[in-house]
Design a protein around this ligand. Structure first.
Ligand code: DAH
Length: 341
């Protein structure tokens, strides 16, 4: 019996030496420590032995059993740490390598300029008023005092729908009538930003779609001096405190008198260069005193109220500011352009 136990122990330990993965270890355990393992059988069979042999055999069998258990536990530890070791070397991760940064979106340059401009007008007390992009001929032209045969009304110059009375607005000015009709007889100070459309040849200087920011102030005793002072205050906030400006007479059907605001060319400092077409000045907006007929069309009595209006193009201003030479970049969706802003 003793010999049998010795042999059994040796045999089991020898087999354990050959075990090299957790599955094999499990099989080994079932075989040598499980229900039907040899040591178990020896212990079960103790009763059948002569009484004087029992203690010695029993002790030895228990000893074998616990040795095998200990050997199993050691092997288990060894296998686990080998496994960990393996995954540490195989699945090595260099946390110091630079990551792949996702392409980050950003605000479109036109939107950036629009927000900046609107922010300045808001600081000066102007609310934002959103007006529609699809307009009637009446609002886009008629109520703004465009004569019936003005060239802008030509189908060639505007995008009309199948209804000859309905078109995409060619400027933000029809919003002037909309806001006046909504607010009369209250005083008004608003800016109207948004997209405009013109059926034109696309060139480096003109696109079929572009943004405008319109401004309108209506109230009592608003004068040309208010218009000029307000526009210069805007130019200083946008282009810098010491920007030089020039207020120059112009013509628009919906304002009388009308004027354009120029700023000194910042490329050449007024010397004359290709950007300012050698004039030393850059035009940044159109403006004027709201025409009495337009005030009346908006529901304001021109003998009581007066007002001023202005309109500027954020794309044009962005081009001037950043020296962009082609307006087509704005809607071409070329990341090489957009990523620069
Ligand atoms: N609507 C004009 C245009 O598209 C711009 C403009 C000029 C707007 C003078 C105004 C203004 O409000 O007073 O060219």
């Amino acid at each position: 019996m003793q010999e049998q136990l010795d042999k059994l122990e040796k045999q089991a330990l020898a087999e354990l030496d050959l075990v090299s993965d957790p599955a094999e270890l499990q099989n080994w355990k079932v075989k040598h420590l499980g229900r039907s393992a040899e040591v178990g059988k020896v212990l079960e069979g103790l009763r059948a032995l002569p009484a004087e042999d029992r203690p010695a055999i029993g002790r030895r069998a228990n000893e074998v059993k616990s040795r095998l258990e200990q050997a199993h536990a050691r092997k288990n530890d060894t296998l686990r740490s080998q496994e960990l070791e393996g995954s540490l070397t195989e699945e090595k991760l260099d946390v110091t390598l630079p990551g792949l940064s996702p392409a980050r979106g950003r605000i479109h340059p036109s939107t950036q300029t629009m927000r900046q401009i609107i922010h300045i007008w808001a600081e000066m007390g102007f609310q934002v008023y959103r007006s529609r992009e699809v307009e009637t001929d009446e609002y886009n032209f008629g109520l703004l005092n465009f004569p019936p045969h003005h060239p802008a009304r030509d189908m060639q110059d505007s995008f009309y729908t199948t209804d000859p009375e309905v078109l995409l607005r060619t400027h933000t000015s029809p919003g002037q009538i909309r806001v006046m009709r909504a607010r009369a007889p209250e005083p008004i100070r608003v800016v109207l930003p948004g997209m405009c459309y013109r059926h034109e040849q696309i060139t480096a200087r003109s696109e079929i779609q572009f943004n405008q920011i319109e401004g309108l102030a209506v109230g009592y005793n608003i004068t040309m001096a208010d218009l000029k002072g307000t526009l210069i205050a805007f130019a200083r906030r946008f282009f810098g405190q010491d920007v030089r400006t020039r207020f120059r007479g112009s013509y628009f059907p919906f304002t009388e008198p009308s004027a354009e605001l120029d700023i000194e060319c910042f490329v050449c400092g007024g010397e004359g260069c290709p950007v300012c077409k050698r004039t030393g000045w850059l035009e940044i907006l159109g403006s004027g005193m709201v025409h009495p007929t337009v005030l009346e069309n908006g529901g304001y009595d021109p003998s009581v109220y007066s007002g001023f209006a202005f309109g500027m193009g954020p794309e044009r201003i962005t081009m001037l500011k950043h020296g962009i030479e082609d307006i087509r970049y704005f809607w071409a969706n070329d990341l090489r352009f957009l990523e620069q802003f």
